[in-house]
Each structure stands twice: as structure tokens, then as C-alpha cells.
Design a protein around this ligand. Sequence first.
Ligand SMILES: Cc1ncc(C[n+]2csc(CCOP(=O)(O)OP(=O)(O)O)c2C)c(N)n1
Ligand SMILES: [Mg+2]
Length: 327
Amino acid sequence: MPNKRRGNTPPKEVLEELFTTAYRIRNFETEGIKLYRQGLVRGYFHPYLGQEGIATGACTALEERDYIASTHRGHGHCIAQGANVDGMVAELLQKKSGYCKGYGGSMHIADISKNNLGANGIVGASTPLGVGAALANQIRGSDAVTIAFSTDGASNNGTFLESLNLAAIWNLNFILIIENNQYAVSTTLAEATRETELYKRGEAIGVESHRIDGNDSLVVYETVTDAVKKCRSGLGPILIEAVTFRHSGHHVNDPGKYMPEEKLKYYKDRDPVDRARDNFIKMGKASAEEVATIEAKIGSEFEAAVAAAKSADEVSIQEFREFVEGY
Ligand SMILES: Cc1ncc(C[n+]2csc(CCOP(=O)(O)OP(=O)(O)O)c2C)c(N)n1
Ligand SMILES: [Mg+2]
């Protein structure tokens, strides 16, 4: 995937934010998997490892008033949209202090205070939800933009085209980001569709569409920054296909044996976190000490979140029933 960077060197603060966010996601996933292996996390856990560049670049391009809708692989989106790690870890550990009081777990973390409409277990659901939020903002007279993070698997889903088409005829401030990680569980994209260049689905219905390197948070940031500007000036919606690859199987218990080693190596050599760090050091002229300080801070922030979650109250079955079933 060619690196289609545009524009001049971005300010150091942007490069720092890109690195900090990408590293925070990487640390959350790596350490979260350890908690899972210790039996502390119940339910599913779909790691975002390898895809950090997309959520990082996209959410860094947003303003506070903007919205996102996420997927089943949602930890990265949540962190990039400013969620606090304490609430996320507590949610994974089914504690009352979690984002959904421990009732939702990994696949349902939502953070309405940050305009994050939440992760979602239904493949493809983020697109109609995101279009709904964009329509609501248009009706309110707000220029807020909504990003729906979606997937290659969802691009063959009926609601994908239906929603994007509505966003187009209504000129909504809507950005659809397809995270093309080239697999839906173990099914390759080429097994699922004849047209594997997914941005063409947008072009087919008159939506400005781009295909970019999803492993470079800076390319994602610049593309989304442009798309946000266009949306706010009435030129939305816009589709962005961000090409990437996961570093491991579909979920924590999938060894991912079907992923070809040479392809995995290709993408690991273009690791989004390493690239964000390199950009921060080379373009932002950050020192090794600055980098180490950020990494250490993020490490201790996660450890503190685990300690707090471990000592927090569990959700009881009785409370769960009262909350969900109302008895
Ligand atoms: C509507 C729907 N169909 C099927 C599933 C089962 N399912 C869960 S994840 C998944 C594949 C997801 O692949 P993709 O959409 O490419 O996202 P990725 O896991 O690669 O991020 C499927 C089929 C589901 N959760 N929802
Ligand atoms: Mg996929």
C-alpha cells in the first residue's frame, strides 16, 4: 500500500498525540490479554493489535462535538475517543465501576460523555447507527461529524449500502471508515467478494471514496482531517478504506493459523505503533527520554486501573436481574 502522505510536517503536539494514543491502545490490548489469560475477563475479547493506526489517526482528527460508532473490535476506538482506561478495565472485569456497570463487557463499551455510541456485537451495525447520529445532528443544526468504524466483513452486508446511500442523498456529515483487515474470522476478503477494493462501493453510489494505508496513523489523520473539513462544508459523506492486518487471530482464543506468515511479517514490519513512535521521534524531534516517559506513564496508568478494578465491587446476579429484567 503506497504511503500517500499529504501536506507539511504536522505540529509536534499532533505527532505526540498520535504516538500516545497508539501506544495506549497497544498497551491496553497486550495487558488486557494477560488479564484474560488469568481468567479475570469473562466473555469475548477481540484484540485491536495491528490496527491501532486507524482509530488513532481518525479520532485525533475529530473535535469534541463529533461522534463515533464502533465495532466488536472496539477497545481502540474507545481509547482514541478519550475514554478512561479505569472504566474500561473495570468493565472487562465485570465490576460496577465499569462503563456499563459490568453488564456489557468488551463488546458493549460505550461512552456517551465522549460521543462514543459504543462497541457493537452486530457486524455492520455501526453504519446505520452512525448515519442516524449524523441525521440527528443535521436536524439539530449542528455541524458535528460522525465517523462509523466498519469492517471488510460488513461491506457485504445490505445495511452498509443502504445506510451510505441515505447519508449521500441527505448530504450528511458522515465518514464511513472500512477497516479492511482482509479477514472476517478465517474467511478471506477474496472468498467473500469479487471486488476486494472496497472503496469502490462508495464510488458506485457517488460518494467520495479513498483507499489508504491504515497502518500509518499520520496518513489516516490527514485523510480524516480533510474529510471532516469537507463534511463541515457540505460535501459529505466520505468513505475511507483503511487497509490493515491483525497481529493475531479473530479473538483471543483463535490462534490465527490461517494467516500466512509472510503476510503477517509484511504488516508487522509496518507496525502502526512503531511508525507513530518513529514519526514522533523523526518529524517531531522527540527525545528517547520523552518517549520513555510517555510509555512509563501509560504503563502505570493501566496498572493502577487493574488495581482499582480488582478491589471494586462485583455485579451480583440479583442486581443484574433487576437492571436487565426489572424484577
Ligand atoms: C450480523 C452478524 N453476522 C455474523 C456475526 C458473527 N461474526 C462475528 S465477527 C464476524 C466476522 C467479522 O469480520 P469483519 O466484519 O471483517 O470484522 P473483523 O473481525 O475483521 O474486525 C462474524 C461473521 C455477527 N456478530 N453479526
Ligand atoms: Mg475484517
